[in-house]
Each structure stands twice: as structure tokens, then as C-alpha cells.
Design a protein around this ligand. Structure first.
Ligand SMILES: [Zn+2]
Length: 444
């Protein structure tokens, strides 16, 4: 935990050293070179790297392990106004695995090519980890500091749900986050170019997660005899009904506002009912929008039977279900309605949906920082179709926003880069992010 001995005056906007904008590329490249593919490569070496980069400039941190190797790093930096609640800035250290044969460059080489830094984690989310490090290292070297106390958490295991990272810290070390009321982290603040204009979706909402297991039971018997209670048939019918179900459009506040901004940007109205097909001029945003406006339930696994001439007694399926904030009850009521009488379900894993306000001083500080560095860009709220560690930190009452600012070149599709081959980020996006984060953290 950090107690910097001689904190300097509060920082002013735009006061970052040019050195920070250069250092961020090196920090990100070095983090990419530390392979932290979850679960095969534990985060410990990356956590030690982060702790060392903080220690180099006099910031103390603590490494915590949920189990051997599964390490997270936490540090606290004093703000100009110690009376105000603290802000949590969290980023995960793990990445999803990458298959080198599929890539143009080695995914763990941290190579620079065509103005971009390439590698697993360049977008998700060693970019943000490096940007945060670059900013706080610059503050430490120049004696600047954030507007209020900042708690930094570089955590393990986000890609597998966070049980060995954020959730572990929340359950076993809540004292580390004492006084934190709000947070920023991944999947928001990146630019999306449509109709020649740049939007910066800031994540204010997340869908909830409901992973289900369906079990069909019937009478086992010989495969040559008629069997009206065959569980494979009942399961197949249920799975088909769920998979083909046309979930109704439900517009939550952040999505309504997002769609209005997109409509203004492309210069024509958007019909929410037609969003699945009406993606003209929306580029990579089309599929993202389709998942923001409804609950979804996708059958993903099937299991049943052991021999071609035997009707089994049981057959099972798994469903990846996601519900919008406020539509959990509707989700489960619908699933129950779609079940065959022979089929029951149980929830294998569930995590909450989140919707946070847009009209707050914290969000204003984000949009001001973005607009100061990109006056033509426009910040908009949006709902993430998946989930992040914000779900874990919300258990401590922390209101989390997705804000990892990047000004991407138009050819880089943010959503398309996630967990994809040739994941990369343009170097200027990282430098932009450092400047925006510095403005935000010293003013929020
Ligand atoms: Zn991520």
C-alpha cells in the first residue's frame, strides 16, 4: 500500500510529461511479452513486473495470491483531497490464449509493425494496465497527484470470471478497497468511427449472466421400440425453442441514449425493432447493438446417450443466457415457458446485471477529458453485452464504468479485436489514452 511521503500540488490538466506518452508503448509491449494465458500461465510474473515498475518510482504495492501463481497487485495513491472517497482503477493481467500459427506476428512477442503494437492483450487489456502505469509513474517522478485517492488493482483471472482475482480480493481483502465508491476499467472509452465521425462509447451498463443446464428425463429402453418419453427428443425440442426464440426488444436508458446518438451521427432514424437487419452504415457496431437491445439465450452444449440402439434415461444441454438490467425476471419466466414438461433446468452460474447513471460528475470528468483530447469526438453511454470484474467490485458498493480511453484508427474494430487473432492497438491510441487518463484522474 502506498503512502507517498511528500505529495506535490494537485495536478493541472494537460500537465503530463511527454515521456509518459512514450513509455506507455514500452510498458505495454513488455506486459504482452509476459504470457499470462488463463489458465495455463499464471499471472505472478506480470504481477511482479507491475510491482517493480511501481517500486521504481517509489510507489509501494502488495501482491496477493488466491492460489500459488494466481497473483494480483494493489496499491493506493494519495489524492489532493483526502476527504473525498477514493476511486478504484482496475485492470486484469490475464489474457485469453492465442495460437501463434494463426497470427501474422507472434502473439507474445510485443512487436511493433505498421504503427501498431501487436499481441495478445494489446486491446484486452494490457493496454489499459500500461496506460495506468505510465500515468502514475509520471506523477511520482514529477510530484503530481490525482484529485482524490486512487486505488490501483491489477488483477488475475478476469477471463475465467475472476474467482481467483477480483472476486477473491473482494471476498478476502475488502479492506484494500475501503473508501472506494466508483471505479473505471475496461471495455469503454474507445473510439468507433461511423459516418466519418468518432463516437466514444462509455460503458455504463452490463448485461447479467445466467448459464443454465437443462436436464430431460424419460423412460430408457430399446432403440427399436416406440418411446413417447424419449428424453433426447424432449431436450432437442426445448433446445430448438430456446435457440430460435425471438427475444423482444427492451431499451434500457443507456441504450436508448446510445441509439439516439448513433441515429444523430448517421443522420437517419434507427428502428429498434429492425436492429438485427438494419445495420446499414453502422459498421462493426451492428452486431454489438443487436446484443444490447434484448436478452439472449444460446444453446452451446449437448450431451445424451451412449449407444445408438439405446434410448437413454437422461439428456442434458447447456445454455449461455444473458439478461439486461431490469429484465432478469422476464428472462427466467421465458425460459420456463419454453421448457418441455420433461425438461427441468438449474442455474450453473449467475452474475448480476448493472446499470449506472450517466448524469454524474464522474462521467462528466470522463467526457471532458475525452473532448479535451479529441474535440470532434462524442462520448455516449452504452451497455456491454458481456461482463467484467465490475460485477465483483459492485459487491462492495463500487459503481463501475468502462473507461479505457483509446483513439483507434478507423480500420481497427474494437469489438472485432477482442479475443481475436492479430489483436493490436495503434501506438497513438495508447499515447492518447495516457493523456486522457491523466486529465481525468487529476480532475475527477
Ligand atoms: Zn478484458
Amino acid at each position: 500500500m502506498t503512502e507517498r511521503s511528500e505529495p506535490g500540488p494537485p495536478a493541472t490538466s494537460g500537465g503530463l510529461s511527454p515521456r509518459a506518452a512514450e513509455e506507455v508503448v514500452e510498458l505495454c509491449a513488455e506486459l504482452i511479452r509476459i504470457d499470462t494465458s488463463n489458465p495455463i500461465k499464471p499471472e505472478r510474473p506480470a504481477a511482479e513486473y507491475v510491482a517493480e515498475k511501481l517500486a521504481e518510482v517509489g510507489i509501494e504495492s502488495t501482491i496477493l495470491e488466491s492460489e500459488p501463481g494466481r497473483a494480483s497487485v494493489v496499491a493506493r495513491i494519495d489524492g489532493a483531497d483526502p476527504m473525498r472517497p477514493a476511486l478504484l482503477v482496475h485492470g486484469h493481467l490475464d489474457v485469453v490464449p492465442a495460437e501463434p500459427a494463426d497470427w501474422q506476428v507472434h502473439p507474445f512477442a510485443g512487436e511493433i509493425k505498421d504503427g501498431c503494437l501487436w499481441g495478445r492483450g494489446a486491446i484486452d487489456m494490457k493496454d489499459m494496465d500500461a496506460m495506468v502505469l505510465a500515468v502514475v509513474r509520471d506523477w511520482a517522478r514529477t510530484g503530481r497527484r490525482p484529485a482524490r485517492d486512487v486505488v490501483l488493482a491489477f488483477v488475475a483471472d478476469e477471463e475465467a470470471g475472476g474467482a481467483k482475482g477480483a472476486r477473491y480480493l473482494v471476498d478476502h481483502h475488502p479492506e484494500l478497497f475501503e473508501g472506494c465508491t466508483e471505479s473505471i476499467s475496461e471495455v469503454g472509452g474507445f473510439s468507433v468511427e461511423i459516418a466519418g465521425k468518432r463516437l466514444y462509447p462509455i460503458q455504463t451498463a452490463q448485461r447479467g449472466m445466467a448459464w443454465l443446464e437443462l436436464t430431460a428425463t424419460g423412460r430408457a429402453g430399446h432403440g427399436s421400440l416406440p418411446n413417447p418419453t424419449n428424453p433426447v427428443t424432449a431436450l432437442a425440442e426445448t433446445v430448438a425453442r430456446i435457440g430460435r426464440y425471438d427475444w423482444p426488444i427492451r431499451l434500457i436508458d443507456s441504450v436508448r441514449e446510445f441509439l439516439a446518438e448513433v441515429a444523430t451521427t448517421i443522420g437517419r432514424p434507427l428502428d429498434p425493432e429492425a436492429l438485427a437487419s438494419d445495420t446499414d452504415g453502422l459498421g462493426g457496431l451492428g452486431s454489438v447493438i443487436a446484443a444490447m437491445v434484448r436478452n439472449t439465450a444460446n444453446p452451446t452444449m449437448l450431451e445424451g446417450g451412449y449407444k445408438i440402439n439405446v434410448v437413454p434415461q437422461v439428456a442434458k444441454a447447456r445454455i449461455d443466457g444473458r439478461y439486461l438490467p431490469g429484465y432478469r425476471d422476464e428472462f427466467f419466466a421465458t425460459i420456463e415457458r419454453l421448457l418441455d414438461p420433461q425438461v427441468t433446468y438449474r442455474v450453473v452460474h449467475e452474475d448480476i446485471a448493472i446499470e449506472n447513471p450517466w448524469d454524474t460528475p464522474l462521467v462528466t470528468a470522463m467526457t471532458d477529458a475525452l473532448h479535451a483530447e479529441d474535440p470532434e469526438g462524442r462520448a455516449v453511454p452504452y451497455c456491454l453485452f458481456g461482463g467484467t470484474d465490475d460485477k465483483s467490485f459492485s459487491r462492495l458498493g463500487i459503481v463501475g464504468y468502462g473507461f479505457s480511453p483509446l483513439r483507434l484508427t478507423p480500420d481497427l474494430d474494437f469489438a472485432g479485436m477482442f479475443h481475436a487473432v492479430d489483436e493490436r492497438v495503434n501506438l497513438d491510441a495508447l499515447r492518447f489514452g495516457v493523456r486522457v487518463l491523466d486529465r481525468f484522474l487529476t480532475s475527477c
